[in-house]
Design a protein around this ligand. Structure first.
Ligand code: BG6
Length: 297
C-alpha cells in the first residue's frame, strides 16, 4: 500500500509515505523551511506538526493506541457526526475509520497540501443511516498549518451533524499556559451539570480539570505558552464553537491511553460545530476552516 501511494502521490521533498506504529499508514509533509507535519490515514488524524526547529507543537500521548477501531490520543482527532457521548461511539466514527488519500500538491507559494476523503460504507450505514462525504485538507506553510473540513450531504434525506477538530496542543506547563479570546462568551460546563455561564476572564489560566464548550466564540484565539515562550494563534471560519479541555490529575489516571503525568503538557482547544448540531439538506455542503500559526517560538 505504501509503495502504491508513493508511486501515485509522493511529491519529491514535500510529501512522502511511511508505515507508522503497528504498520499504520501515514503521510509526511515537509515544507522547504523545515517545518513538517504527519497525518495518519486512520481518522485522517494529524499526529504531528513541527516548527522549522523540529519542535512538536501538538501533543500525542506516549500511551496512545495506534489500532484500527480505536482513536489516536493527541494531534487532531476529526470528530463526526457526533460530538461527545450519544448513540454512536464517543465523538462519532470518523476518527476510527480509514480515510482515503484524495490528492497531494506543492503549491506555487510553497505550501504543501494533502486531501483526505471519507464516505459512508456498510459499517457506517449500519449505525448511522446517512450517505455523506467528508474531506479534510491539511496545508502546511512555514509557520502555519491550515485545515479545511468539508461535510457534504449525499443522502436523499437531510441530516444533522456535529463536527470538531479536537486539537491537542503541546505546552511546556499547563499551569503556565494562558488562553485568550473567550471573554464574554457563553459556555456549557460539562463538569457542573452542563451549567451555562458567561466567561468573565480575558485571560483563561488552568489550575484544575476543565471541560467546556464555548458557543459562538470569536474567530481569533491565542495560546501563550509562557514556559516555552511560544505564542500560537488560532483562526477559524464557519466553526462557531470552541471546546477547552484538560483532564488534570484524576481523569488522567482514569484514562488508559494517557500517561498519568501527561495532563501537564497538553491543552485541547477544539474548533467546530458542537451545539446545536448543524442541519444539512440533501446536496448541501458545509465548509469550516481552522488555521494555526506560530507567532512566536
Ligand atoms: C473532549 C470532551 O472534547 O474530549 C471530554 O469534552 C473528553 O469530556 C475528551 O474527555 C476526550 O474524549 P475521548 O473520547 O477522546 O477520550
Amino acid at each position: 500500500m505504501m509503495d502504491d501511494l508513493r508511486a501515485r502521490c509522493a511529491v519529491p521533498g514535500a510529501v512522502d509515505f511511511a508505515a507508522g506504529i503497528n504498520g499504520m499508514s501515514k503521510v509526511s509533509l515537509t515544507h522547504a523551511s523545515g517545518s513538517s507535519a504527519e497525518v495518519h490515514l486512520h481518522g485522517a488524524h494529524v499526529t504531528a506538526w513541527r516548527n522549522a526547529a523540529g519542535e512538536d507543537l501538538f501533543f500525542v500521548s506516549r500511551q496512545s493506541w495506534f489500532e484500527a477501531d480505536r482513536p489516536i490520543r493527541g494531534g487532531i482527532p476529526v470528530i463526526f457526526p457526533q460530538f461527545g457521548a450519544g448513540p454512536l461511539p464517543q465523538h462519532g466514527f470518523a476518527r476510527i475509520r480509514e480515510w482515503e488519500l484524495a490528492g497531494t500538491e506543492r503549491r506555487d507559494t510553497g505550501v504543501v497540501a494533502v486531501r483526505f476523503q471519507l464516505a459512508e460504507d456498510q459499517a457506517t450505514l449500519a449505525i448511522w443511516p446517512q450517505r455523506f462525504r467528508l474531506a479534510l485538507d491539511v496545508a502546511l506553510d512555514r509557520a502555519s498549518l491550515a485545515l479545511t473540513y468539508r461535510v457534504a450531504n449525499t443522502d436523499p434525506q437531510p441530516f444533522d451533524f456535529q463536527a470538531m477538530l479536537h486539537t491537542y496542543f503541546a505546552v511546556g506547563d499547563i499551569r503556565r499556559t494562558a488562553l485568550y479570546g473567550l471573554e464574554g462568551v457563553t459556555y456549557i460546563d460539562s463538569l457542573r451539570e452542563r451549567a451555562r455561564e458567561v466567561e468573565p476572564r480575558a485571560v483563561i489560566r488552568f489550575d484544575q480539570e476543565t471541560d467546556r464548550v464555548y458557543a459562538q466564540a470569536p474567530d481569533a484565539l491565542r495560546i501563550e505558552d509562557e514556559d516555552r515562550g511560544r505564542t500560537l494563534r488560532i483562526e477559524k471560519r464557519n466553526m462557531p464553537d470552541v471546546t477547552v479541555w484538560n483532564p488534570w490529575i484524576a481523569k488522567a489516571q482514569r484514562m488508559p491511553d494517557f500517561g498519568d503525568d501527561e495532563w501537564e503538557g497538553m491543552l485541547c482547544v477544539e474548533t467546530g460545530i458542537a451545539r446545536p448540531p448543524h442541519a444539512l439538506a440533501p446536496g448541501e455542503e458545509w465548509v469550516g476552516e481552522t488555521t494555526f500559526t506560530i507567532q512566536r517560538g
